[in-house]
Design a protein around this ligand. Structure first.
Ligand code: FAD
Length: 465
């Protein structure tokens, strides 16, 4: 789409139904803020589109004015990909509509919706889309890069549950993308990140979930690291695949379910979320109790929306953040030993090492069915995260993350890790994350839909020549 109007802010504003904000406007500072408090960028203009036509208009304006483009969903990319100094930021928070069809078991949501809002809307019908583990993250970036969380074992990745998307391409075309419409693009959107256009609407499959589900949390001391991780390995090999399992190295929060004497105590949590009834979960809890004695445990039914929010405060808006991750097959002795060696060395009480189990329904999807870069077999994503309010502790733990990653990499199946857990994209890590075959297929699709690489503030796929 091209325009004959001069690329001035006024010409942009007259062409938009939504808003265009510049420095000094009310709302500009909110619109440019992202989750990571380390990022402080000032776009030349932030566009809050009212719909796909506005996105096309903003992209045309950026081209005419020679502005770099960034796309902001929920603003949670650690590297701050959502905002660019001096560029045009498409802030999709204005695309926040949600509609649920309980009979057809589908939901549609705007490209800037957060999981908290989508979960709340779908849980009105005791339905859910598999999302992440922190509810203030955006549906957009999380789904486009893959998306795993509590329901991955039962119903797969977020992207596995995508039915269709409305997408605005770099040159302003508005497309409906699904298995039968632009199937190449539909394949690429499910894991290939924000490389191919701006998704203004997602359509998901829904599953019956909750509203009450089951949680078992077992917390082990720092000295029991190798034993706790060895026990987690046994549990992951034997527990039914539809249970959600997350293992985390962290300080116990000062939460009501944590006995006071263990508040802020560093250690390991094994969390098991059950969606298939009380009996199955009781068996899983029995299995969990058969290992080393935890310092404390918390076993309880819990509303699904609470489970989705449980970790929100562990990673609040505005905290300083840095991360790196690897894919590993299991808690082998070597992996467990490296983790147990490094966890006690973190400086910040809020730095955390969440380890996500990929299993069950996740492994039912063929590797080449989507662009998602992780191995479609039972495996782990080990995420090393520096999180701190204090800049000195943050810097210390950024160095800790890098050293930790270097020590773990020889035992990883893919040290490049998950594209959504990259604070920086150095040394070809994006290509290594997908592997050459998938990356080259993505690069050809990128060349067809975004040959000028307009969408490059992301885990970037370079268009094939
Ligand atoms: P943004 O920073 O807004 O977007 C990141 C990039 O995604 C953008 O640059 C753009 O390229 C693209 N994008 C976003 N929306 C759109 C859209 N509508 N159309 C086109 N492109 C778009 N990941 C998991 O899989 N599981 C988890 O449990 C999990 N937990 C997390 C917890 C925290 C606290 C944080 C910070 C991250 C977590 N992540 C998790 C990683 C998360 O998937 C990525 O940070 C993801 O980028 C967040 O999406 P967003 O829309 O909030 O981010």
């Amino acid at each position: 789409m091209t325009s004959t109007a001069e690329p001035t802010l006024e010409s942009l504003r007259t062409r938009l139904s939504g808003a265009a904000l510049i420095d000094g406007d009310a709302g500009y500072d909110v619109a440019r803020a992202v989750w990571n408090g380390e990022i402080d960028r000032r776009p030349a203009v932030v566009v809050r589109p009212a719909g796909p036509a506005d996105v096309a208009t903003a992209l045309a304006y950026a081209r005419e004015a020679g502005l770099d483009v960034s796309v902001r969903g929920g603003g949670h990319n650690f590297g701050g990909a959502a905002v660019v100094d001096g560029g045009l930021c498409l802030d999709l928070s204005s695309l926040d509509a949600i509609s649920v069809d309980p009979d057809g078991r589908t939901a549609r949501c705007g490209g800037g919706v957060t999981w908290a809002r989508l979960d709340a809307a779908t849980q009105e019908y005791a339905l859910a889309v598999p999302g992440g583990t922190v509810s203030h993250t955006g549906v957009g970036g999380l789904t486009l890069g893959g998306g795993f969380g509590w329901l991955t074992g039962k119903h797969g990745l977020s992207c596995d549950n995508l039915r269709s998307a409305e997408l605005v391409t770099a040159d302003g075309e508005i497309l409906r993308v699904s298995a039968s419409e632009h199937p190449d693009l539909f394949w690429a959107l499910r894991g290939g990140g924000g490389n191919f256009g701006v998704v203004t609407e997602f359509e998901f499959r829904l599953h019956p979930v909750g509203p009450i589900v089951h949680l078992g949390l077992f917390f082990y001391g720092l000295d029991d690291g190798v034993a706790a991780l060895g026990h987690a390995r046994e549990l992951l090999a034997t527990l039914p695949g539809d249970l959600g399992v997350l293992v985390a190295g962290l300080n116990a929060p000062p939460a009501p379910f944590v006995p006071g004497r263990f508040h802020f105590r560093p250690g390991y949590a094994v969390l098991i979320a059950g969606f298939s009834g009380e009996e199955q979960h009781a068996e899983a809890v029995r299995a969990a109790r058969s290992g080393p004695a935890p310092l404390f445990e918390f076993v309880s039914p819990i509303p699904y929306v609470e489970l989705q929010r449980m970790l929100d405060e562990a990673a609040p808006w505005g905290i300083l953040g840095y991360e790196r991750a690897v894919y590993a097959d299991a808690f082998t002795d070597e992996v467990a030993e490296v983790i147990a060696e490094f966890l006690p060395r973190k400086a910040s009480p809020t730095s955390i090492v969440p380890m996500f189990a990929l299993r069950g329904a996740y492994t039912d999807v063929a590797d080449d069915a989507t662009a998602f870069g992780g191995p479609r077999r039972t495996s782990l994503v080990v995420n090393l995260t520096s999180l701190a309010a204090d800049p000195a502790a943050f810097a210390a733990d950024r160095a800790w993350v890098r050293e930790f990653w270097t020590a773990l990499a020889p035992f990883a199946t893919n040290p490049a890790g998950y594209v959504n857990f990259m604070a920086e994209y150095e040394a070809d890590r994006v290509r290594a994350s997908y592997g050459p075959g998938k990356y080259e297929r993505l690069a050809r699709i990128k060349a067809a839909y975004d040959p000028r690489n307009v969408f490059h503030h992301n885990a970037n796929i370079t268009p094939a020549p």
